[in-house]
Each structure stands twice: as C-alpha cells, then as structure tokens.
Design a protein around this ligand. Structure first.
Ligand SMILES: NC(=O)c1ccc[n+]([C@@H]2O[C@H](COP(=O)([O-])OP(=O)(O)OC[C@H]3O[C@@H](n4cnc5c(N)ncnc54)[C@H](OP(=O)(O)O)[C@@H]3O)[C@@H](O)[C@H]2O)c1
Length: 347
C-alpha cells in the first residue's frame, strides 16, 4: 500500500482558461478511517466541464486550498464499518485525491454486470450516459425516425447521445466538433451520418450543408453561435435540449447568441434545460437500457483514458481544450487495462 496520499487543491481563481498554475498537488500521510467509515484507494477519476464552473467564485464552487470534489471509483483498503468490506469497489464523490475516507452514506456500491468494464460507470453508465439518456428520453422525448443535431458531439455526452439515439431509432444524426480528426471519428466509429468542424465557417452555413432538410431535435452541449444556428434549422415542433454551455465557461465576456425569437413561436419550438442530478431515479432504467447493448457489443463506451493520478490536472485542462474523444477518465497507474470498446489510451 502507498504510505502517502496526494490531493489536488485549487490555489487561485482563473479568468478565462485555467492553467496548471491554478492547482497544486498536496502530499499528506494516509488518512485513518474514523469508526463508521472506510479508507478508499481511488482507482478511476472523472474530470468534467462542471469543474471549470466550480473554479469560479460561485455559490457551491470549489474552496481555495482545499480538496476538490469529483466522481471517482475506488477500492476499500481499510474499513471500520461492517457495511463496507475491504476489497469492495465503490463509487463516491471525493475525487481529485489518491485516497479518501468515506462513510457508507457517502458512497454507492456498484452493480457488477458481466463484460462491463469499471470505467463504464463513469462514462456510458455514469453521469455522462445518464445525461445523454435523460436528454433524449425525457427532454427531447425522441420519436423514431427524428433527425438530430448534437454539439460537442465527440465528447462524453455527445458520443453517448449519438449511440443512444441510434439505438432508440433516431433518423439522421449530425454532429459538430472541433477538428477534422473528430469529424472522421464521429462518422466512422460512433455512427453519426454527417459532422462538421465548427471552426470551418459560420455555424448556420455549416449546419445548413450538413442537415439540408432541417432537424427535429438539437442536443446542445455548447451554446453560442451553434444554438442560434439550430433555431434556424429546426422544423415545426422542434426541441432544443440545453445540456451545457461549454463555449462560455472560459470566455465569461462572450455575448449571448442572437436568433430570431419569432422562430420559436412560428415553429412551435420547445427549449428545455435540465440538470442530471435531478434525474438520479433513472439510473436503474439506464442500466436496463444500456447494459444489454454493452454486453452484445452494440454499444461501445467511448473513452479517453489518461494513466496516472499525476496527470489529472493536465487531463482536465486538455478536456477543456478538446483533447479528449469520448468521456475523459484518469486511471491509477497500477490498474490493469479494462475492456472498453472505442477507447483511446493516452499517457
Ligand atoms: N446538464 C447536466 O446535468 C450536464 C451533465 C454533464 C455534462 N453537461 C454539459 O455537457 C457538455 C459536455 O460535457 P462532457 O462531460 O461530455 O464533456 P466533453 O464533451 O467530453 O468535453 C468537452 C468538449 O467540449 C468541446 N469544447 C470546448 N470548448 C468549446 C467551444 N468553445 N465550443 C465548442 N466546443 C467546445 C471540446 O470538444 P471539441 O474538440 O469538439 O471542441 C471538448 O472535448 C458540457 O457543456 C457540460 O457542462 C451537463
């Protein structure tokens, strides 16, 4: 067992893109679990766009010079509660650190499905997949044959949205991404019918070419100019699923998108945002939907896995700059590889 623990702190508030200078790795001795708790050695960490929002001085945001929160999977290595056995694999939110002391109330035991890798509980079967599932089934209320446009389509939510949408019987799938390589990945690997690089021109022109017949649903991870373009491309009774606004997280002075408000009325468009934290009750439904498809090989989890806890800050910063394909996950270095379909490994 490692005798020291490493914890990431945020040390300053960024304006614009954060850098490694806004974080510090802090070393300490291994914490002792108090009675009723257990010591968990973390194995996999999720870094997410919402962490960037929490870096700002906002209610509920990260405190400076203190441990951060984040979704994590770990193994119990010492227990002082009969409810957590040593060796047990658990999910909890005390991320950004190699070790955490957790109580049974602060963690969730993960179901173990045959042929489902642990990383899937942070990607397709985790908050990322749940976001995609809620967006399609509860917010868009997707009907068979409907055509979709998805922004940030090669990321965690975007790839899960594309794969789930096809399984749910969607029609044509169009995605927007930040590079030509991601355009190829979407159409060759993920099952999108068309894709474009949003750097290549005005979003309205690019979307018009990729979806000349229009769209029924827009799953929006980005906001900004692409949201305005989608309003123009939506058909009658179209839906906009507002998932996130990553185009603004690092550009707080960006202006809001301009679109024709009359379109919303004349095309009977519905725009609805949501937070996945309000839909946790759908977790079992997501397992029922997705697990058989993972087991049959029809649903490959898209993941970029970064090896080593010391890479967690760079993984987070890289994700903000679009370096990931699929869900970005950090893996403790000693981990044996797990089986995950369309995964890229970087170190
Ligand atoms: N509502 C909820 O409860 C909920 C839950 C989870 C996630 N979200 C939101 O969903 C979105 C996607 O999250 P994720 O975890 O799946 O992250 P992700 O898409 O895996 O990673 C972020 C991606 O955003 C893209 N990006 C960065 N800056 C951009 C910009 N200025 N314009 C367009 N694209 C940009 C990058 O891809 P490119 O290379 O394509 O630029 C990057 O790979 C985020 O907005 C997040 O906040 C919301």
């Amino acid at each position: 067992m490692n005798e020291t623990a490493l914890t990431v702190h945020q040390t300053a508030r960024p304006h614009g893109f954060p850098t490694a200078e806004h974080f510090a790795f802090v070393e300490s001795t291994l914490p002792d679990p108090a009675p009723g708790s257990a010591l968990v050695e973390n194995l996999y960490w999720s870094v997410d766009p919402y962490h960037r929002e929490m870096m700002d001085d906002v209610p509920g945001g990260f405190a400076l010079d203190a441990p951060l929160e984040g979704r994590t999977i770990g193994r119990v290595i010492a227990s002082r509660t009969p409810r957590l056995a040593e060796g047990e694999i658990v999910f909890h939110r005390r991320g950004w650190r190699t070790h955490a002391v957790v109580t049974p109330e602060e963690m969730r035991q993960l179901p173990r499905f045959d042929a489902v890798p642990l990383t899937a509980y942070l990607s397709t079967l985790g908050g990322t997949g749940l976001t995609a599932y809620v967006g399609l089934t509860r917010i868009a209320r997707l009907q068979e044959g409907e055509d979709l446009f998805v922004s940030a389509a090669a990321g965690g939510v975007g790839t899960a949205t594309g794969r789930f949408a096809k399984l749910l019987g969607a029609g044509r799938l169009v995605g927007s991404v930040g590079s030509a390589e991601k355009v190829r990945h979407l159409t060759r690997e993920v099952g999108y019918d068309a894709a474009f690089d949003y750097h290549d021109g005005p979003a309205a022109d690019l979307l018009g070419k990729a979806a000349p017949g229009g769209i029924d649903v827009f799953v929006d991870n980005v906001g900004g100019e692409q949201l305005a373009a989608a309003v123009g491309a939506l058909r009658e009774f179209g839906r906009i699923v507002r998932v996130g606004t990553i185009s603004q997280y690092n550009t707080p002075d960006a202006t809001s998108p301009r679109f024709d408000y009359a379109d919303i009325v004349e095309k009977s468009i519905r725009m609805e945002g949501f937070l996945v934290s309000n839909y946790r009750d759908l977790q079992e439904e997501l397992y029922e939907f997705a697990v058989p498809h993972i087991q049959s090989g029809r649903l490959a989890p898209d993941e970029t896995v970064v090896d080593g806890f010391d890479g967690i800050v760079d993984a987070f910063l890289g994700m903000l700059h679009g370096e990931n394909t699929g869900k970005i996950i950090v893996r403790a270095r000693a981990q044996a590889p797990t089986r995950t379909g369309g995964r890229t490994s970087v170190s």
